[in-house]
Design a protein around this ligand. Structure first.
Ligand SMILES: *Cc1c(COP(=O)(O)O)cnc(C)c1O
Length: 360
């Protein structure tokens, strides 16, 4: 075997290895909340569970506090700690999972308001911290959390005597405005709460879009604030910029990445960029997404690895230092569709490796 030593071919350009950057546009996030508030015929809260849908619950909470949010929701008492530290003592922080065993000190120390989901939770609350504020979550058909109708009617008078701050339920199909489940749950929620002198909440992002009938006293948007469907008019909040680690020229017939799934049809210029499925760039997105240099989308080629992705940059007239995987042209919902999932899962999968940058 002989080597035709074409030096130009080995003049591989290397840029410094570093991690990808997650940029969170808090101005866009605030604008999205304002837009959802403008649609809500009610007070508008904000759901910042799962570390603010993966974007950082403290900076998100602080930005929304400035915008005037007075009511926040988290999934678990533990998540409420960071939010309370971020927003100070004024706002209400509700906990969807309610009052779990061992939660009493957390709820008390950080002034978190559990949404009691069962008679068991009600008893636990009344026995451990009877004077601590609480709300109630009712099941209107989703069968995930909340007291069932029979349970509720059995304890309703007792609960009302204790002064609940909120009665809420959650819609299962609100992302589909034509789904009959929406109206069915609305009617059930009314049946369970009619005539009670307690603030009510039913609508998340999808419910806000269904119209004012669904809004009651307080809406609870999450995904729409972060720029995702079903709030299609949302401004994009997140961008992911990934450094180029290495660039190479390959010949027609050469392959890129694991399992040789992509073969160059003609000579190509390939960039290897420093992000992968460990960063939430899900492997299944592979052939369907692009990496953007400004407005130009370059095809992702070969398998997405844990920490690296191959990109065909032949059509660029320059050598990029970084390429964008989440950008205005290719938003959270576009990449979610490419992976066969939803924007919620993309945002919460973005992972811990990114350098995070917040734009005020
Ligand atoms: C997650 C969640 C929300 C927010 O829903 P989005 O679809 O993200 O707006 C509201 N209420 C409950 C009970 C939730 O679990």
């Amino acid at each position: 075997m002989t080597f035709a030593l074409d030096l130009s071919r080995f003049a591989v350009k290397k840029t410094g290895m570093s991690t990808a950057t997650l940029t969170i546009d808090l101005t866009a996030l605030r604008a999205n909340w304002r837009a959802l508030k403008a649609m809500s015929q009610a007070e508008t809260g904000a759901v910042i569970k799962a570390d603010g849908y993966g974007l950082g619950s403290a900076p998100v909470a602080r930005a929304l506090l400035k915008e005037g949010v007075k009511t926040f929701f988290v999934a678990a008492a533990e998540e409420g700690i960071a939010v309370r530290d971020a927003v100070g003592s004024g706002p209400v922080i509700y906990v969807f999972s309610g009052h779990m065993e061992g939660d009493s000190p957390l709820l008390q120390d950080h002034d978190l308001t559990p949404l009691l989901n069962s008679v068991d939770q009600l008893i636990r609350h009344a026995e451990t911290i009877p004077d601590h504020p609480f709300g109630v979550q009712l099941d209107t058909g989703m069968n995930r959390l909340g007291m069932e109708a029979v349970e509720w009617f059995a304890v309703k008078d007792l609960v009302l005597g204790l002064g609940p701050k909120l009665i809420m339920s959650h819609l299962a199909c609100a992302d589909d405005p034509d789904h009959p489940m929406n109206r069915q749950q609305l009617l059930e929620f009314k049946r369970l709460t009619e005539g009670l002198n307690v603030p009510r909440s039913l609508a998340a992002t999808g419910g806000i879009l269904l119209g004012s009938e669904y809004h009651f006293d307080l809406t609870r948007p999450g995904i729409g604030i972060y720029g995702g469907r079903p709030f299609v008019k949302a401004r994009s909040v997140v961008t992911v910029d990934v450094p180029v680690i290495q660039i190479r020229e390959i010949d027609k017939g050469e392959t890129v990445g694991y399992s040789n799934t992509w073969t160059a049809p003609t000579p190509r210029r390939i960039a290897t960029i420093a992000a992968g499925y460990a960063d939430g760039i899900i492997r299944a997105m592979g052939p369907k997404i692009r990496a953007y240099a400004g407005d130009v989308g370059c095809p992702v080629v070969g398998r997405i690895s844990m920490d690296m992705i191959g990109v065909d940059i032949t059509l660029l007239d320059h050598t990029p230092k970084r390429l964008s995987l989440l950008t205005r042209q290719q938003g959270v919902d576009t990449v979610a569709t490419a992976a066969g999932t939803i924007g919620y899962e993309i945002l919460t999968s973005l992972g811990a490796r990114y350098k995070r940058r917040y734009i005020e």
